[in-house]
Design a protein around this ligand. Structure first.
Ligand code: HEM
Length: 506
């Protein structure tokens, strides 16, 4: 939760007083009590909000503790928001596959998020309906289909070369030590920027764009008034700041949109323009129920979604992946052997990945053990329904605690062990899309499954393969043990950001 400069004690007392008033007023009007899943008792209206904040734990650890006590479906009252938290594979299959349409919506947004999502005009935030259908269809069919993805092979190959030379230069300047997350993030961001705007950008522009996106993500951090809207008068400074950040974002990105528009109108005029981009699909996208094409501000939002959806998630997976390869040198050697056997002396190409079964097993195990986000995006029911015998009203946030599934000892042997052999040997299997059964769901499952799944897995496979082909990865400081504690930073990254020693392979 974002910190506020005002005293937490003051807010606690104020929130308590307000909550008591509302509690007593609302009690009278609630004729029928809902049968919600169990959960920890909380205060009237503020519910469990302060218990969560005061637990001193990251929210995902707080939830992990509670699910052990309250089971695979439980309720948390976070101020005016009711969260129902699922952490069981069968329940997720029932909700998102069997009753897919019923659980396919998104809850109302807080006012800050509404500013940045242009009132839910994005694939990820749109409620289940015509706007979502149109935007998602456009993204999936016109941009992320396997044939479209192939068109961007060159961007990926170039970014991989750039990643390797950046790592080499950083190591040379830094006694052999490199930062993994920062470099992986930069590489994937370059790919997504090229795909999104269809323009080649200077490194400085890429850095600036990254900074703008990061500022937006920080501004979107939840605040206490998201849960207790009555406190919003105390947050006018933050609201003003959010509007400023939005303006900075629009002012920075619109010129690139105009540059691309111009390049399409005058083919051949812009030497930095590529043949196709996500923006091209958006300029005249047909959205059911709307007559107009997206405004520039809406285009900024849709492009930002594309960039944000795929950058930190992918880079986080690569960071945990390299950490595991360092902690398990025998796995790293086996992977290197597979790379040499498959491609010999040339560079790994993305087409090689289909012949690299051990690499595939490593990536699957990585996504099971370290899902980049511990919670899927929040779902909401399209109409009042039930799950596991409990009521699920439409105005509740349905959250999915993903490690609860990927780490479940009922469905995995030795789930705490990083063991690609479980997949490589064929002893265990999992359908990552969840269609034939849910055992792990790092990309969600069902109608809202991540549309970037295919592209993201190509990126993770390719990055790990190239990084291991070019360098041997070793702990820094030498012989130190890797700390696998995570911390929430939009995705769950390593608490101690991974710095590693690299030795070029001969
Ligand atoms: C390793 C990388 C990635 C991971 C782990 C990941 C994970 C997820 C998850 C858990 C969801 C929520 C699914 C749900 O609502 O149940 C999601 C949704 C989404 N992701 Fe990804 N994602 C990744 C990469 C990408 C990429 C590369 C893109 C596109 C450029 C992308 C775009 C989206 C979008 C637009 C949604 C919203 C879908 C909808 O609401 O219909 N993601 N992703």
């Amino acid at each position: 939760m974002a910190s506020s400069s005002s005293s937490p004690v003051f807010f606690t007392i104020l929130a308590f007083l307000i909550s008591c008033i509302i509690f007593f007023l609302s009690r009278k009007s609630k004729s029928k009590r809902l049968n919600l899943p169990p959960g920890p008792p909380g205060w009237p209206v503020v519910g469990n909000l302060f218990q969560a904040a005061r637990s001193g734990k990251p929210f995902f650890d707080y939830v992990d503790d509670l699910r052990k006590k309250y089971g695979p479906i439980f309720t948390l009252k976070m101020g005016t928001r009711t969260m129902i938290i699922l952490s069981d594979a069968k329940l997720c299959h029932e909700a998102f596959i069997e009753k897919g349409a019923l659980f396919a919506s998104r809850p109302r947004e807080n006012p800050t998020r509404n500013i940045f999502s242009c009132n839910k005009f994005t694939v990820n935030a749109a409620v289940y309906g015509p706007v979502w259908r149109s935007l998602r269809r456009n993204m999936v069919q016109n941009m992320l289909s396997s044939s479209r993805l192939k068109e961007f092979r060159k961007i990926r190959a170039d970014s991989m070369d750039k990643l390797i030379s950046r790592l080499r230069a950083e190591a040379e300047a830094n006694g052999g030590v490199v930062s993994v997350l920062k470099n992986a993030r930069f590489a994937v961001f370059c790919i997504l920027l090229g795909m999104c705007f269809g323009l080649e950008m200077e490194e400085e522009t890429v850095e600036k764009m990254d900074q703008v996106m990061k500022t937006v993500l920080i501004t979107l951090d939840p605040r206490i008034d998201d849960y207790l809207p009555l406190l919003s008068p105390f947050f006018s400074k933050q609201r003003k700041r959010a509007l400023e950040v939005r303006k900075e974002q629009v002012d920075f990105i619109v010129p690139f949109i105009e540059q691309r528009r111009e390049a399409l109108l005058n083919p051949g005029s812009d030497k930095s323009a590529m043949s196709f981009s996500y923006l091209d699909t958006l300029f005249d996208v047909k959205v059911e129920g709307r007559k107009s094409v997206p405004s520039n501000s809406e285009l900024v939002t849709l492009c930002s979604e594309f960039l944000n959806g795929g950058t930190d998630t992918t880079a986080t997976a690569v960071e945990w992946g390299i950490a595991q390869l360092i902690a398990n040198p025998e796995i790293q050697s086996k992977l290197y052997e597979e790379i040499k056997l498959t491609v010999g002396d040339r560079k790994v190409d993305e087409k090689d990945v289909e012949n690299m079964k051990y690499l595939q097993a490593i990536v699957k195990e990585l996504l099971r053990k370290h899902p980049p986000t511990y919670f899927s995006l929040t779902h909401a029911a399209t109409e009042p329904t039930t799950l596991a015998g409990y009521d699920i009203p439409t105005d509740t946030n349905v959250e999915i605690f993903l490690p609860g599934i990927g780490w479940d000892p009922k469905i995995w042997s030795n789930p705490e062990k990083f063991d690609p052999d479980r997949f490589y040997s064929g002893k265990e299997e999992a359908d990552i899309t969840g269609v034939t059964g849910v055992k792990m769901m790092p990309f969600g499952v069902g109608r809202r499954i991540c549309p970037g799944l295919g592209m993201a897995t190509v990126h993770v496979h390719l990055m790990l393969a190239r990084m291991v082909q070019e360098f041997e990865w070793i702990a820094f400081p030498p012989n130190s043990k890797i700390d696998f504690t995570g911390k929430l930073e939009f995705t769950v990254v390593m608490k101690n950001s991974l710095n590693a020693m690299i030795k070029p392979r001969s």
